[in-house]
Design a protein around this ligand. Structure first.
Ligand code: NAP
Ligand code: MG
Length: 405
């Protein structure tokens, strides 16, 4: 069989632990036998980040800006224990955070649906995607424990030192708490652009929920920026594609989500996205049944698994014990990346390969062949069979080979 040629370069970012082990199995068995790919390879395993003083992470982000499309394995974000375990020079920051900041991106997550694992909410037939604004609000706040009676004020002084605003937050009669939060027009604008780009790209309706009836300046600014972005750049395209943009109050959005059938992108402010993506993740059964992609307003894409390096399974693997780790999210990171590469390069054969690989992976699970995390939540069926890490990938490969004949 002739290999399918992937025209332009893919940025491949390797990672750590069990996901690194699975990453290579996926490449060797599901990709390299069929694809002639040119990759720009960056090894972000913790040891390499330490050796390069984390320069390799920035280089990987720059490479995504150059080539447009990347795919990333899960990586360790070091803490005190990891510094000891790997004898690190320092507690390097999260590679995801570094790459996100460099690309000014928004993270989009969506469940991978199979017919033998039902979502906890019965009406959900199509995936609900979440776009989480990853900047500001309560995550970059200034807080104070008020110890006694007194006055709390909100004060803004411009760069010339002129006082432009002073308002009373509260006249405290006794102890309490205060918090200052902020956001910037630039960041909200990037977030809005990324959400419209993603929704249009995937042909999804876009919902955005905030609380502008209560927060008439802060949340109202989010609403205003989204509305301007829609009117200026998307209205015509959305209408032509039959897509809606809906702004609603956040509590209304929550109520409507529970009754919707899915097939939409839910743009969430930072805190709402934090809370709601965890709710969504757990309602679909396993962390390995979520896709995750970082999209920049310039149209750079980085596909990844949303779970971590599956450390506990890795230690078992190192001891030579059997593991049953699920490679679905890693497979879908690769197919997402290949589909996007194929679309940008105008190579439908690459897009078609990505689709066949996804079908093979979904059919494997739907035939009852599953890793331990899914067996626990799937509909009971006599044909269900728990397989180990290697066997699951081999089963996908078997189905893929048939499809490509
Ligand atoms: P994790 O790797 O997501 O794993 C947490 C637990 O979820 C696992 O112990 C396992 O449960 C289950 N799980 C996750 N992925 C699975 C899969 N593919 N197949 C089967 N089960 C799966 O999170 P963690 O153990 O808290 O973090 C480990 C490391 O990952 C940390 O060093 C952290 O810094 C890093 N991390 C990286 C990223 C990223 O790069 N995107 C994201 C999050 C965390 P059972 O043990 O019950 O089987
Ligand atoms: Mg959370």
């Amino acid at each position: 069989m002739n290999k399918i040629k992937v025209k332009n370069t893919i940025v491949e970012i390797d990672g750590d632990e069990m996901t690194r082990v699975m990453w290579h199995m996926v490449k060797d068995q599901l990709l390299l036998p069929y694809l002639d790919m040119n990759v720009a390879y960056f090894d972000l395993q913790l040891k390499k980040r330490d050796e390069t003083d984390d320069k390799i992470t920035l280089e990987a982000a720059e490479a995504i800006k150059k080539h447009g499309v990347g795919v990333k394995c899960a990586t360790i974000t070091p803490n005190k224990e990891r510094v000891k375990e790997y004898s690190l020079k320092k507690e390097w920051s999260s590679p995801n955070g570094t790459i996100r900041a460099a690309l000014d991106g928004t993270v989009f997550r969506a469940p991978i649906l199979v017919n033998n694992i039902l979502p906890a909410v019965r009406s959900w037939k199509k995936p609900i995607h979440i776009g989480r604004h990853a900047y500001g609000d309560v995550y970059k706040n200034c807080e104070y424990r008020v110890p006694e009676a007194g006055k709390a004020e909100l004060l803004f002084t411009n760069v010339e030192g002129k006082e432009l605003f002073r308002g009373t937050i509260q006249d405290f009669k006794g102890p309490g708490i205060i918090q200052g939060i902020h956001n910037t027009d630039k960041s909200i604008d990037s977030f809005a652009k990324a959400c419209f780009t993603y929704a249009y790209d995937q042909r999804l309706h876009l919902w955005f929920g905030a609380k502008d009836t209560i927060s008439k300046t802060y949340d109202a600014q989010f609403r205003k920026i989204f509305e301007e972005e829609y009117q200026n750049n998307w209205k015509a395209k959305f209408e032509e594609a039959g897509l809606d943009y809906l702004f609603m109050l956040i509590d209304d959005a929550v109520a409507r989500i529970m009754k919707s059938e899915g097939g939409l992108l839910w743009a969430c402010k930072n805190y709402d996205g934090d809370v709601m993506s965890d709710m969504l993740g757990s309602s679909y059964g396993s962390l390995a049944m979520m896709t995750s992609v970082l999209v920049s307003p310039q149209g750079y894409y980085e596909f990844e698994a949303s779970h971590g390096t599956v450390q506990k399974h890795y230690y078992k693997y190192l001891k030579g014990e059997k593991t049953s780790s699920n490679s679905m999210a890693l497979i879908f990171a690769w197919t997402g990346c290949l589909r996007k590469r194929g679309e940008l390069d105008k190579t439908p054969e690459v897009v078609e390969f990505a689709e066949k690989l996804e079908e093979a992976a979904l059919e494997t699970v739907e035939s009852g062949v599953m890793t331990g995390d899914l067996i626990a939540v799937a509909k009971t069926d006599p044909k269900n069979r728990k397989v180990d890490t290697e066997e699951f990938i081999a089963e996908v490969a078997k189905r893929l080979t048939k499809k490509l004949k």
